[in-house]
Design a protein around this ligand. Structure first.
Ligand code: BG6
Length: 455
């Protein structure tokens, strides 16, 4: 385990909401050693006291449930550096110190290549790690270039293209449920499963993130990374182990088997939308285009849906629908596996068999199975629902992810070839959208989006 972390972009939203709280959670759970040091680098010309005040306020706000000593320990281990992340000398000053450091680039995608070059020129000692957020690159071409740049800096095992969804216990439970039980595997294929809906509907709107989100949009923010990764976990062949090579090889097989979309397919099988003003519960939300920092001319989507099929033996004939949106009526974050109808219903019962659906609730965490049974009158078919709750995780996703980075365990981060393949899958969608072959639909904030999620 290494004990030095440098965060570039340390005065941003990601640091405030996730990285500082993740570190405090690690400390509270006893995973952060006393010699841990954080170099926090940002553009702001703050002095140490100003940064500490800001960081304390963020920890109070986003990690207030953690013991105060854990929050204090993180602050005490932190030093602020005003820094230009594109300037090698400035970067060298941030990463200077004894022993290897993990350089976390909490930066918008457009700045990342210059930051990686600066890290390269600053000189990284053996064992240093580079941590990159999604989206990795801005398209296939830039992802390939970024992989080349990284390969000149550190070996692939020391590159952490993180995806915090993979560090969520609920997501890991997809693997647990699939791989540690006998009942599912024999029916885990296209012969039994008609559709898989991977849905991440959020009632949250932009939350002041225009500086990032307006350049990215729903497809690149969520679908190209988090949701495709979920698809991989649902559809992959059982890996030999959950070590980095086995797990990532099996995910890569899934990505490679996704049937390439033509632009015409993309026009037929994708949707995009943008929210208008509306009410979500008791919150009045302005239209996306009225949010501070948004340029309406960019036509950034806040809703995206893509339907995919896999060309492999197990899954030929199953539809995988990936969907995400902001400012929707309610949170719905799940993987719903929809089984095909039974081949024959014995004569004599009234009503229809209710479709069997296995739902992995991702947030909140639960697992449910919709079945059909016989009702009280002995002649009716009625819905039956089995449900289980999971224990809350010991660590938040970003805590787990940071622990893996410090530990040097890359299994839950994305390998370079996976990142490129994910862009390959969505390149025709980006092309069709940029040519306006798919309309940018509008939906009121607080509605179900351009189309309701399948129940
Ligand atoms: C982030 C996206 O990666 O994931 C956000 O940038 C999204 O737009 C978030 O809201 C969802 O994950 P979580 O863990 O914050 O609910």
């Amino acid at each position: 385990m290494i004990s030095r972390l440098a965060i570039f972009g340390a005065t941003g939203d990601l640091t405030a909401r996730y990285l500082l709280p993740g570190l405090a959670a690690l400390r509270a759970a006893g995973h952060l050693s006393d010699d841990f040091r954080l170099a926090a680098a940002g553009r702001e010309g703050w002095d140490e006291a100003e940064f500490q005040r800001w960081a304390q306020a963020q920890l109070d706000r986003h990690a207030g449930h953690l013991p105060a000593p854990a929050r204090q320990a993180v602050l005490a281990a932190t030093r602020y550096h005003q820094s230009d992340v594109t300037d090698p000398a400035s970067v060298a000053a941030v990463i200077a110190g004894d022993g290897p450091v993990a350089a976390y680039l909490a930066l918008p995608p457009a700045v990342v290549p210059a930051a990686v070059s600066a890290l390269h020129d600053a000189g990284l000692s053996p064992g240093c790690r580079i941590v990159l957020e999604k989206p990795f690159g801005e398209d296939l071409h830039s992802a390939v270039e970024l992989n080349h740049l990284l390969a000149e800096c550190v070996p692939e095992e020391q590159v952490f293209r993180v995806d915090h969804f993979l560090a969520m216990t609920t997501v890991q439970n997809i693997l647990g449920t699939r791989l540690a039980n006998q009942v599912l595997e024999p029916i885990w294929d296209a012969a039994h499963i008609a559709e898989v809906d991977i849905t991440w509907d959020e009632s949250l709107a932009l939350e002041g993130r225009a500086g990032y989100y307006d350049w990215v949009g729903a497809l690149k923010d969520m679908l190209q990374n988090h949701l495709l990764q979920l698809l991989c976990l649902v559809a992959m062949e059982p890996p030999l182990s959950l070590g980095e090579r086995d797990l990532r090889d099996r995910k890569m097989d899934v990505l490679r088997s996704i049937r390439p979309l033509t632009e015409a397919d993309a026009a037929r099988r994708t949707r995009r939308g943008r929210y208008l003003a509306g009410r979500i519960g008791d919150r009045q939300v302005p239209a996306y285009t009225e949010e501070e920092g948004v340029d309406p001319a960019r036509r950034t989507e806040t809703f995206a849906e893509v339907e995919l099929e896999l060309d492999n033996w197990r899954w030929a004939g199953t539809i995988f629908r990936l969907r995400t949106g902001k400012a929707l009526s309610r949170d719905r974050k799940e993987v719903a596996v929809r089984f095909r109808p039974v081949p024959h219903l014995p004569f004599g019962h009234t009503g229809e068999a209710h479709p069997n659906v296995l739902r992995f609730g991702l947030d909140p965490e639960n697992l449910t199975l919709d079945l059909t049974g016989i009702g009280a009158r002995a002649r009716d078919l009625v819905p039956l629902n089995l449900s289980a709750r999971l224990d809350p995780p010991e660590l938040p996703a970003y805590g787990r992810l940071l622990l893996d980075v410090l530990d040097g365990n890359a299994a839950l981060s994305i390998r370079g070839d996976e990142a490129e393949e994910s862009w390959r899958v969505l390149t025709p969608v980006l092309a069709a959208w940029s040519k306006d072959l798919v309309p940018l639909e509008e939906y009121p904030a607080g509605s179900d989006g351009p189309v309701p999620a399948k129940m």
